[in-house]
Design a protein around this ligand. Structure first.
Ligand SMILES: [Ca+2]
Length: 229
């Protein structure tokens, strides 16, 4: 399950839009995808920000019924997510955040809408999680223009997690994420009872991320990382 999600995730990693949004949203470990039924969709801009540098902005055209724009990323839990968001007009527009299929926060006509920058903090449960922000119109014809902004999206994994980036006949490319500065050692097992160190150097998660080349064992094997002093 993690394998397929991760391969898809990185298929988007090198697009210019994704890199620009990663820059705007400030977490170098997150890969962004967007979709929009109108122009303009999500883009990096410098005029309305929380960090004083840049933010992602979504603009929606007025008078479009049921227009929506989505921006999303994936993380591996458990961990802590925080972000800053702002909605220009909470009478005609809603900005919502979902972790998986659960809507975790809304800012719009049905909630006590705020048009200021506000911070949201969430605990992400164990396992792969799709995170989605959705900006949509509620008014339709004659509604004013509305925009939404997202900034400083930070995800801090509680403990190291593994994802397979690529594999060939004799090795796996494994991405390890976790708290910055954590030192980890990869291990493998064929029975989930006895674990052996993989014969590759230990890795320090600079900026919360590192990549290991792990030789494949002859038969089916399980892999994990353990923290080391
Ligand atoms: Ca920023």
């Amino acid at each position: 399950m993690i394998l397929s999600m991760t391969l898809e995730w990185h298929a988007h990693a090198d697009t210019n839009d994704s890199l620009e949004l990663r820059e705007a949203l400030d977490d170098t470990n997150l890969v962004w995808t967007t979709s929009s039924t109108t122009d303009p969709g999500w883009r990096r801009q410098f005029d309305e920000t929380h960090d004083g540098v840049d933010a992602a902005e979504c603009g929606l055209q007025a008078g479009v019924v049921a227009a929506l724009s989505r921006i999303g990323t994936s993380v591996i839990g458990p961990g802590k997510l925080s972000f800053w968001w702002k909605t220009e007009d909470t009478n005609c527009f809603e900005f919502s955040f979902s972790a998986g299929t659960n809507v975790a926060a809304r800012n719009g006509p049905e909630t006590s809408g705020s048009t200021n920058w506000e911070q949201q903090v969430f605990t992400i449960p164990p396992g792969p999680q799709n995170l989605t922000w959705l900006f949509q119109t509620w008014c339709g014809d004659g509604s004013p223009l509305g925009r939404a902004w997202l900034d400083e999206v930070k995800y801090i994994p509680e403990r190291p997690a593994l994802a397979v980036l690529a594999h060939n006949s004799d090795s796996l490319t494994v991405e390890v994420t976790g708290p910055a500065g954590t030192r980890v050692q990869a291990e493998f097992s064929t029975n989930l009872l006895e674990w052996e160190s993989v014969p590759v150097p230990q890795l320090t998660l600079i900026n919360g991320r590192g990549v290991l080349q792990v030789p494949k064992s002859g038969s089916k094997a399980f892999y994990r990382v353990v923290t080391v002093p």
